[in-house]
Design a protein around this ligand. Structure first.
Ligand code: ZN
Length: 104
């Protein structure tokens, strides 16, 4: 297992996990239960973390996250990587050929 990200927002970590699982990358969240009474534990060590189960998925997962950050809202028009068609930002898949807006 490899740690992929840590982030103060569990919602963000969950969002990334969904993205990766949709792409067939098995992953899991650690430190999901943030609560009071952390005592002496430094806050930074308690951030929610996302781990990829298979080390071999790490590079692909990092690329997906990079892509996600680059295409983060507000979305503008994007160009399909498969057929080159221009698509409006609100469409997650190409209207022309159906390819998802993701790097290949
Ligand atoms: Zn297309």
């Amino acid at each position: 297992m490899k740690r992929l990200i840590s982030h103060e927002s569990l919602a963000h970590v969950g969002h990334v996990r969904n993205l990766l699982e949709q792409s067939g990358i098995a992953c899991l969240v650690k430190n999901e239960q943030l609560s009071g009474g952390l005592g002496e534990i430094p806050f930074l060590e308690c951030l929610p973390e996302l781990w990829v189960v298979k080390d071999s998925d790490l590079a692909r997962a990092q690329a997906l996250i990079r892509d996600m950050e680059q295409t983060a809202a507000p979305r503008g028009p994007w160009r399909c990587r498969r057929c080159g068609e221009s698509n409006e930002g609100q469409f997650a898949a190409c209207w022309q050929c159906g390819a998802a807006d993701e790097s290949g």
